[in-house]
Design a protein around this ligand. Structure first.
Ligand code: CTP
Ligand code: CA
Length: 226
C-alpha cells in the first residue's frame, strides 16, 4: 500500500521503533513468547517514513515484509532487543516501544534439549527482565536520551486508570493504551486506542486500521518536537 497525503512533519528526524514480541529461550528448541505480530510497530514505521522520518525498526520475531523506507534490525530475546534499542537511542529524536517485551525469562537456558522423564517435569524458574522503556526514561534524565519517548500498553481491565498510572511510572511522554479483546489488538489489522499524553489531553482513536493509531501518535509527537 502506498501512503499518500501525509504531512512531511517528521522530515530530518530519527525515529527508532521496536516491534513484535520477544522470545526467551528455555532450551535450544523452546521459548517463552507472546502474541504480538508486529503489525502495529510496522504501521508506525511505514507512516513515520511517509512523514519524512529516518526510521530504524528493532523487530523481535516479526514475520512480515520489511516496512518501506525503514532499516530493520532483527532480534529475538529481550536482552538482544535492549542492546539494539539502547545502541540506537542516543542518536534518535524519538523512540517508540511498540514491542511486547517479556517481563520475565527462564533463570537458566539449558544447552541441551530438556528430555521427557518418567516423573513430572521440573518447574521453570523465572527471573525479571530489564524494563527497556523505563531505562530510556532514565537515559533521558542524563540528557543522552531521545526527545520524545512513546510506550504502549495492552490492558484487559481498568484500561484508562492502569494506563495513566503506567505513563507516570515509566517516565514516557506518550502511552498508547489498547483494550485487548475480540477482533482488536493481537494479530489483527485493526486497532482502537487511547493515546495518553503527559501533561496533555488524551487522544481517542476509534477502531480502524493500525495506521490510524500510528498517525495519531505521530501527530502528537510532531507537535512535541516542533
Ligand atoms: N516494556 C519494556 N521492557 C519490559 C517490559 C515492557 O520496555 N521489560 C515496554 C513495552 O514495550 C511497552 C511498555 O513498556 O511500551 C509497557 O509494557 P507493559 O507490559 O504494558 O508494562 P509493564 O510495566 O510490563 O506492566 P504489566 O505487564 O505488569 O502490566
Ligand atoms: Ca509487561
Amino acid at each position: 500500500r502506498v501512503l499518500r497525503g501525509r504531512p512531511r512533519d517528521l522530515a530530518g528526524r530519527k525515529v527508532v521503533i521496536s516491534a513484535g514480541g520477544t522470545r526467551e529461550p528455555i532450551d535450544p528448541v523452546r521459548y517463552i513468547g507472546n502474541r504480538s505480530s508486529g503489525l502495529q510497530g510496522y504501521a508506525l514505521a511505514r507512516t513515520a517514513a511517509a512523514r519524512g522520518a529516518e526510521v530504524t525498526v528493532v523487530a523481535a520475531n516479526v514475520a512480515l515484509p520489511d516496512p518501506a523506507g525503514a532499516t530493520v534490525v532483527r532480534v529475538e530475546s529481550t536482552a538482544e532487543l535492549r542492546d539494539a534499542v539502547l545502541a540506537a537511542a542516543p542518536a534518535a529524536d524519538v523512540v517508540v516501544m511498540a514491542a511486547a517485551v517479556a517481563d520475565f525469562r527462564p533463570a537458566v537456558r539449558h544447552d541441551s534439549k530438556i528430555k521427557k522423564t518418567d516423573g513430572e517435569p521440573e518447574a521453570i524458574a523465572l527471573v525479571k527482565n530489564p524494563d527497556v522503556l523505563a531505562e530510556l526514561g532514565e537515559l533521558r534524565r542524563t540528557a543522552l536520551g531521545p526527545e520524545v519517548i512513546v510506550g504502549f500498553a495492552a490492558e484487559t481491565d481498568d484500561v484508562l486508570a492502569n494506563g495513566q498510572a503506567k505513563l507516570a511510572r515509566k517516565g514516557c511522554d506518550l502511552l498508547v493504551v489498547n483494550q485487548v479483546g475480540p477482533g482488536l489488538a493481537f494479530g489483527t489489522p485493526d486497532n482502537a486506542a487511547v493515546v495518553l499524553v503527559a501533561g496533555g489531553e488524551p487522544v481517542e482513536v476509534p477502531r480502524g486500521p493500525k495506521e490510524d493509531v500510528a498517525d495519531a501518535v505521530w501527530d502528537v509527537v510532531a507537535s512535541r518536537l516542533a
